[in-house]
Design a protein around this ligand. Structure first.
Ligand code: HPA
Length: 270
């Protein structure tokens, strides 16, 4: 795996010498954000040898390198999901690659279902912690000693400092934010009401199909991590409405303006 990562890094370095300070992964509905920064370079995933290319419609699939004010960032416009059929080590390859490009901090974003009944669709949630019990660890397999230790600590995956930064930025922008625990399921199906009941009993506030494993891989290699979920729908059984991807996209699009504003502010201050 380390060999593969080094191959991808060499492939990137043939195209750009850009050194990001921060890395950002854009979730559903947020993709446009990458087009609005001061772009220095872009690389399509398919031009990186060995890189897992996303199959989800509407995910552009490229790294965008550029500046948000003075901060050099690399942005993933389109991520890789476990449900597409890749091994978990490939799912987190792009995250690790951004770390190897030089990014010390990582901002994760996603669309998620709300399983906290006090949330409503359109809410933004600062991720305070996560549960990955329902998905394989991305760290299974021979440890990559070059990146981190075999048994990494996960007691503060989402940096308390960065959670405060997000809170302060939201206040500054006049955007209300929730805070809570994110649980990752494999997808691609939405969960059953019984599974959401289980997630609730575990202490989860939001449920999704990405993000937590990326956060874990980033922490393994010592990056400082934070995350924001857009609650696009109430999770199965929390409200009566049936779930469909269209509702998720529509809510994500409605909130996109605020979400983009918050993401820009966080990048500047992280
Ligand atoms: N469940 C899982 N993933 C999701 C959901 C959901 O309800 N909404 C958006 N992503």
């Amino acid at each position: 795996m380390y060999h593969k990562l080094m191959g991808c890094l060499a492939s990137v370095r043939e195209k750009t010498e850009f050194k990001p300070e921060a890395a950002v992964i854009l979730g559903s509905g947020l993709g446009e954000f990458a087009n609005e920064i001061r772009i220095a370079d872009t690389i399509s995933y398919e031009d990186i040898k060995g890189f897992p290319v996303s199959t989800v419609k509407g995910h552009a699939g490229r790294f965008v390198f550029g500046y948000v004010e003075e901060t050099p960032v690399v942005i993933m416009q389109g991520r890789v999901h476990y449900y597409e059929g890749y091994p978990m080590s490939d799912v987190v390859l792009p995250t690790r690659l951004m770390g190897m490009m030089g990014a010390k901090k990582l901002l994760l974003t996603n669309a998620a279902g709300g399983c906290n009944p006090e949330f409503k669709p359109g809410d933004l949630m600062i991720i305070s912690d996560h549960i990955t019990t329902a998905v394989p660890s991305p760290l299974i397999g021979p440890n990559i000693d070059e990146l981190g230790t075999r048994f990494p600590d996960m007691s503060e995956v989402y940096s308390r400092r960065l959670q405060e930064v997000i809170g302060a930025c939201a206040k500054e922008c006049g955007i209300k934010v929730q805070k809570g625990v994110y649980v990752q399921f494999t997808g691609p199906n939405y969960e059953t009401p019984a599974e959401i009941g289980l997630a609730r009993s575990w202490g989860a506030d939001a449920v999704g199909m990405s993000t937590a494993v990326e956060a874990m891989a980033a922490r393994h290699m010592g990056m400082e991590v934070c995350g924001i979920s857009c609650i696009t729908n109430m999770a199965a059984g929390i409200s009566d409405v049936q779930l469909d991807h269209k509702e998720v996209q529509e809510t994500a699009d409605k909130v996109a303006k605020d979400f983009k504003k918050l993401v820009a502010e966080v990048i500047i201050h992280m």
